[in-house]
Ligand binder design. Structure first.
Ligand code: NAG
Ligand code: NAG
Ligand code: NAG
Ligand code: NAG
Length: 347
């Protein structure tokens, strides 16, 4: 067994070196990958966003993706990291194209203002924290959706995830709300449709509109459109929204107390784009948060020494990404800026 493992690892190293020595192997992989993408996603050949093109830029992007993935998967196999990566449809896309979906961009003044003690809530009261929590098990989390590759609407998906959780918690009815409603109609509160936006503006819109439509009456197209909302579409309302202080312990208390929380992370890294499972622990993920997601739980992997605590995050990049659309992220060092912008609606 041990021999097999060493053999396996060394053959991967050889394989890896052959990439660097010889582009022929990568060219062949690139050709195979393009064939697969065209077969599974017809239409992608016409899209400059995916760029599964024959250009040298596409090839160089693909090569970089492949190297990053292979390096990470070796780290995983040798026990130096806990997550894995895989190629996906964006493997030959430019960094700019991959970044389009990362549309979280609040004005400086909105960035999770440090909360004074005069603010009305105190999570220190939450003294019982279960060892693990997964709101998917409590019927508070809807199906993972797909924002598409060409719309920076992550902020709308993130806001709705938190609101769907509150509606389910208080009314016992889990309904997917409308992201297109937010994309089309919250521009006067500071959002920029498919370009970018932030959750506080989405909640302001939901508060003063008042209300939001559900995803059935106001479906998602992933493009900028005129606002179609009419009062007959009303499906969920909010009365206020609340920021959570920047601290992972308080974040845990708030999650237990409230339900799914709307958060933002840094996501413009290949290790995020190609993440496919395990506990994400890339220490390079530090800096400005630019992608809105949703916090739905936490847990501990006690098969590692010492055990690894992690968060459970819901993304809006379809079921194909991560663990059926979700991600586990290592807890404890504010990885990817997970506490930097946390907000939830009060219904
Ligand atoms: C891609 O573009 C070609 C030429 O413009 C067109 O004939 C074809 O139908 C397009 N394919 C898809 C799937 O949109
Ligand atoms: C790219 O190359 C493939 C075969 O290598 C060819 O079928 C396809 O038409 C080329 N696409 C473009 C946009 O040149
Ligand atoms: C969506 O909202 C409409 C009202 O516009 C309502 O009739 C319908 O039942 C709602 N659908 C779900 C799944 O909640
Ligand atoms: C690991 O966690 C599981 C589930 O929480 C528990 O049943 C098990 O006893 C734990 N194992 C160890 C070694 O702590």
């Amino acid at each position: 067994m041990k021999f097999f493992r060493i053999f396996l690892i060394s053959s991967i190293f050889l394989f890896d070196n052959s990439y660097t020595i010889n582009d022929i192997v990568i060219r062949e992989k690139y050709a195979n990958w393009k064939r697969k993408i065209l077969r599974t996603s017809p239409g992608s050949q016409n899209s400059t966003i995916f760029l599964p093109s024959n250009t040298s830029e596409g090839f160089l992007n693909f090569k970089k993706s492949l190297m990053d993935i292979s390096k990470q998967n070796i780290k995983f196999l040798t026990g130096r990291s806990q997550f894995q990566m895989k190629l996906n449809i964006q493997a030959s896309s430019s960094d700019a194209a991959k970044n389009i979906r990362n549309g979280f961009n609040p004005p400086k003044t909105s960035e999770n203002p440090s909360l004074s003690t005069s603010d009305s809530f105190d999570y220190q009261d939450i003294t019982y924290l279960p060892p693990s929590l997964d709101y998917r098990d409590f019927g508070l989390v809807t199906e993972v959706r797909d924002q598409g590759y060409t719309c920076g609407s992550c902020y709308a998906f993130s806001a709705n995830c938190a609101l769907e959780g509150q509606v389910a918690k208080y009314y016992g009815k889990l309904t997917a709300l409308s992201e297109q409603n937010i994309v089309d109609c919250s521009t006067s509160y500071g959002n920029k449709g498919c370009d970018y936006g932030y959750m506080e503006a989405a909640f302001k819109y939901a508060k003063f509109n008042p209300g939001l439509a559900n995803g059935t009456t106001y479906p998602y197209y992933g493009i900028d459109n005129q606002c179609q909302y009419t009062p007959q579409m009303l499906s969920a309302e909010i009365s206020a929204y609340t920021f959570v202080p920047k601290d992972e312990n308080i974040l845990k208390q708030a999650l237990v107390d409230v339900g799914p929380l709307s958060i933002a992370i840094k996501a413009d890294l290949n290790s995020i784009y190609y993440y496919t499972g395990g506990i994400y622990d890339d220490d390079n993920c530090r800096g400005t948060v630019n992608h809105a997601v949703c916090l739905v739980g936490y847990g501990t992997d006690n098969t590692t020494t010492p055990p690894t605590d992690y968060w459970i995050i819901k993304n809006s990049w379809s079921n194909d990404w991560g663990e059926n659309g979700f991600m586990k992220m290592k807890m404890g060092t504010n990885l990817c800026g997970i506490t930097n912008y946390v907000i939830y609606p009060n219904i």
